[in-house]
Design a protein around this ligand. Structure first.
Ligand code: FES
Length: 139
């Protein structure tokens, strides 16, 4: 297993923090194939830009966001929007995701789902996916 250095960790965090997010839009061009959710990327043009976000609901996971994190074919984060503290659905904020009052308790998450401020003690749950230049498939 590769170790990450303190410097590498800080640089990676700064890169994620530097992504400026576009307001999330509802995903389109989504279908279920053999139990997997397949999203047509051409139908979700907001994901062409780093910082683009689409949201969708998947029966297996609930509310999910797909975030473009880099220009590479696999440069996405797919995250469950249920707060790991007590399950409130987080909302997009200027810096990422917020679990605000009155239902939430103030946790803040980066756009890729990493934890910034508690009381949550972990990141938004990552969901496995594969991506090509044309589709993103959520397992
Ligand atoms: S449910 Fe999100 S901070 Fe408590």
């Amino acid at each position: 297993m590769a170790e990450i250095t303190r410097r590498g960790f800080i640089c990676a965090g700064a890169a994620v923090a530097a992504i400026s997010a576009a307001p999330a839009v509802a995903a389109t061009g989504v279908k279920t194939v053999a139990g997997k959710t397949v999203m047509d990327l051409a139908s979700n043009k907001v994901l062409a830009k780093v910082g683009g976000v689409v949201e969708l609901s998947i029966s297996k996971y609930g509310k999910v966001a797909v975030v473009r994190t880099s220009k590479s074919n696999s440069g996405y984060s797919v995250i469950n929007l249920s707060c790991p503290h007590a399950g409130v659905i987080v909302k997009q904020s200027s810096g990422g995701w917020s679990c605000a009052a009155p239902r939430g308790h103030g946790s803040e998450f980066a756009l890729n789902g990493s934890l910034k401020v508690g009381p949550a003690t972990s990141a938004l749950r990552s969901i496995k996916f594969t991506a090509t230049s044309k589709t993103l498939t959520i397992s």
